[in-house]
Design a protein around this ligand. Sequence first.
Ligand SMILES: NC(=O)C1=CN([C@@H]2O[C@H](COP(=O)(O)OP(=O)(O)OC[C@H]3O[C@@H](n4cnc5c(N)ncnc54)[C@H](OP(=O)(O)O)[C@@H]3O)[C@@H](O)[C@H]2O)C=CC1
Ligand SMILES: Nc1nc2c(c(=O)[nH]1)N=C([C@H](O)[C@@H](O)CO)CN2
Length: 230
Amino acid sequence: MNSPILITGASQRVGLALALELAQAGHTVVSASRHIQPHAAHPNIHPFQADLTVADQRQALIDHLHGNYDGLRAVIHNASLWLDDGLDNLDTMFRLHVEAPYHLNLALGELLHKVDKADIIHICDETSSRGSKSHIGYAATKAALQNMVLSFAELYAPKVRVNGILPGLLILKEGGDEHYRQQTLKKALLEFEPGARPLIDAVLFLLESQYSTGSQLVINGGRHLKNRMI
Ligand SMILES: NC(=O)C1=CN([C@@H]2O[C@H](COP(=O)(O)OP(=O)(O)OC[C@H]3O[C@@H](n4cnc5c(N)ncnc54)[C@H](OP(=O)(O)O)[C@@H]3O)[C@@H](O)[C@H]2O)C=CC1
Ligand SMILES: Nc1nc2c(c(=O)[nH]1)N=C([C@H](O)[C@@H](O)CO)CN2
C-alpha cells in the first residue's frame, strides 16, 4: 500500500531533519511548504509547493493526496511562523496554525482510516499552555492547535491516534545575538540548544506507540521548574 507521511513545513530546520530521518527509515514523505529546497532532496521525499494560509493551495494539496495515494500513514502539522504581535500577523498565524490543520485533518480523515495504524501529530509549543507576553498571537494560535488534539483524538478514535508535541527551545532563530542566546538558554534547567533531535525522538515514539491518543508530550529541558518561587 502506498501510504506516505505528510509533513507540513519540512523545507528547513526541524521539519527538514524530521523528513530526512523518516525518509531514511524507509517512509515515503510528502513535504508541503512554500519553498522547495534543493538541499532537501531525497528519493523518498516528495515535495509539494503550497502556501497553507491560502485556501486554494491547501485544497490543491488535499486533491494531490487523494489523487495519488491509497492511504496516509501520518499527518504531522509542523508548518509555523513565529511572528511578532500585530493584527495581520495574528490573521496569518491563525490561518497557518489553526485553519490549515483543521481543514487538512477533516479532509484527510478518509485516507488516514485506510491504513491499519495512523497518526496525526500537532507540533505546538510549550507557550501554548502557559502564554507568552512577547508572542501573544503565536501562543494563542498554537494553543488552538493544542486544543484540536483533544477534539480530533475523540473524533478519530480508535483507528487514528492524535497527539501533540510541546517543545520549549529546539533551534534558535538565525542571526540572534549572543546575549539573547545566553538569556534563552538559561530559561531551562538543561542549558543547551538541543536541535531537532528531541522532536524527532518524540515523533518516533508516537509513531510506534499503541496506547497514546489525545496526549501532549512536553520537551522543554525542564523549563517549567526553573526559578520557581517555592
Ligand atoms: N525552533 C524552536 O526553538 C521551536 C520550534 N517550535 C515549533 O517546532 C516546529 C519547527 O520549528 P522550526 O524548524 O524552528 O520552524 P521554522 O520557522 O524554521 O520552519 C517552519 C516551516 O514552516 C513552513 N511554513 C511557514 N509558513 C508556511 C506556509 N504559509 N505554508 C506552508 N509552509 C509554511 C516553512 O517553510 P517555507 O518558508 O518554505 O514555507 C518552514 O519549513 C514549528 O512548528 C515551531 O513552531 C516550538 C518551540 C520552539
Ligand atoms: N515556527 C517557529 N516557531 C518558533 C521558533 C521558530 O524559529 N520558528 N522559535 C522559537 C524560539 O526559538 C523560542 O523557543 C526561543 O526563543 C519558538 N517558536
